[in-house]
Design a protein around this ligand. Sequence first.
Ligand code: SAH
Length: 256
Amino acid sequence: MAVEKTKSGKARSVRLYVEAPLVGGGEVLLTSAQAHYLAKVMRFKPGDTLSVFNGRDGEWRAAQGANRAMLTVEEQIKPQGVAVGPTLLFAPLKAARNTFLIEKSVELGVGALQPVTTQHGQIGKIHLARTHAQATEAAEQCGRLEVPLLRPLVPLSRALADWPAGRRLMFCDESGGPPALGALADADPAADWAILIGPEGGFSPREREMVLARPETLAVSLGPRILRAETAAIAALALWQAALGDLRAGDCGTIS
Ligand code: SAH
């Protein structure tokens, strides 16, 4: 729930993610943090309107009730689309870099977030509630209609052992490979995709071998420079979206 102001100093329209089902005339009970945000930060009065979404029922206009913890759902603004962005497998990073990676991945349409531990990863844990809150805030801010699923941290080997049948893997390999955009040019946009980004320390030779040996792997380069892991995640998602997703020429949805 970041406070967004436009240049004129006016607050931008407020969007909140809620868990409740959304139907016209229905009511939504806010969390105490949301109620506090509307009342104290955004200075909402009963009757003031905002947008709400829950990842299932599209986006709706809702009005603050006389009871500050309640919203009344008014009308649907956008129907729920089908989100098909790739799952991002990433090794957790130190605080600020991890926050950046989560926020930017959500903005770039990541479908799900799968943190993994790797041999050279420095961070062996991730705060799931905090990370979920960061993903939620990014979804609220960027106009997405769903918060990407955040999966619990597992070893990379476990994620590979439990690999869903048919899922393709864009393996971002700092030791080289064909440039991503070319490698993805003939790939199937209808397939289920994941992207794998290594830790700051890179992949171990064993991990590289293990990933490269798998039939679903498409090893790609992100160019001639070694990128920080969070930069690599952003570049990989942008390239995937440009080749197969909603940044394809002629396929850009507009934001209304
Ligand atoms: N310490 C490593 C770099 C790791 S960068 C080294 O010096 O070699 C972190 C991750 O970002 C990598 O594991 C890889 O997944 C991704 N990455 C960074 N630069 C890349 C590039 N040019 N091409 C492909 N992947 C890259």
